[in-house]
Design a protein around this ligand. Sequence first.
Ligand code: GLA
Length: 366
Amino acid sequence: MAKKLSYSAPGRICLYGEHQDYLKLTVIPAAINLRTTIIVEKNNTNEIKIESIDLELVDSFKITDDLSLVKNEFDYIRAIIMVLFKEGLVKEISGFNVRISSQVPIGSGLSSSAAILVSWLTALNDQLKLELNRIEIADLCFIAENKILGINCGIMDQYSSSLGGIFSLDCDGPPHKIQRFTTNLDGLVIGDSCVRRSANEPLTLLRNQITSGFEKIQKQGDFKLRSLASDTLTEFRDTITEDEYRRLLGVITIRNITERSSIELSKSSNQDIECLGSLLTKQHTMLRDYLGVSIPELDNLVDVSIKSGALGAKLTGAGLGGCIIALAPRREEEVAHAINNAGGKATICKIDYEGAKKEQPFAIFI
Ligand code: GLA
């Protein structure tokens, strides 16, 4: 007789600070009310048997301390097991039946990867009594995604999914400075372009261009990306390629936008919501024109959202596909309608304040 228990973790949007986390700058993500749920049940074997309800796929593997990836959809499940052994957190793991279902669309910039990693590690944390806190869960999921699965991501997605809510996260650490905001930020609408892509492509391209440009500038003085001014960057324009210049200007402008929005979000009253909206759109312009990670489908969804009453909008996630997010307090329905009419798929969403969690036990015995 095995008891089935359910655990879940949210997807996220990135409001401010796109392409800043892997550069150790500050990001402002918000967890959203779309979740990935994992139901686990001990199966008295030494195997993990997995079923994805959405993908209609199954898989299984033996649990060993020298597990490797097999390049399929369930490598996320393997990667967490590999991290637990590698970090010396477990000596053995018992077998489980695992059922995964998700409201977070895959490859859409809403952090479906972090939601599955975080919900699975939250499940194992409880089942194996590992006593990891939410930050430790986020850090281990980052190791799984970055070091084991080889995605050139930063720490934003794992922290957002594990902690929930809306906060600014200084990615220069550990420890990472976190400032929680209490705002409800009503009127968030997601617009899915339905163009799917692997986040690793824009992440790898940008990371290489930004790092190589910045390394050239650092040879000429002790500059920091956290404080580099655009005038200083312009002085060195001739020493870097045009692409490197544009990427770096995009990064430091988004850094400044994030600092400005953080001041606004931390106000306990009289927040300038119109300013927060226009900072979203300014950021989209930088992502489109300087970082080069937008596509016409995303630009169009941003435009129709603003024309139908949103205060601002931007793509969310790595770019080159996936979703936009619009801020449209009291105009959610109109904006959702416009997104749907433009060929996108709209979801009016709310910020999730719970983060990863164990669901109320629903006693199913077999
Ligand atoms: C992906 C990565 C994040 C972040 C964003 C871009 O979602 O997983 O860590 O780098 O792209 O802001």
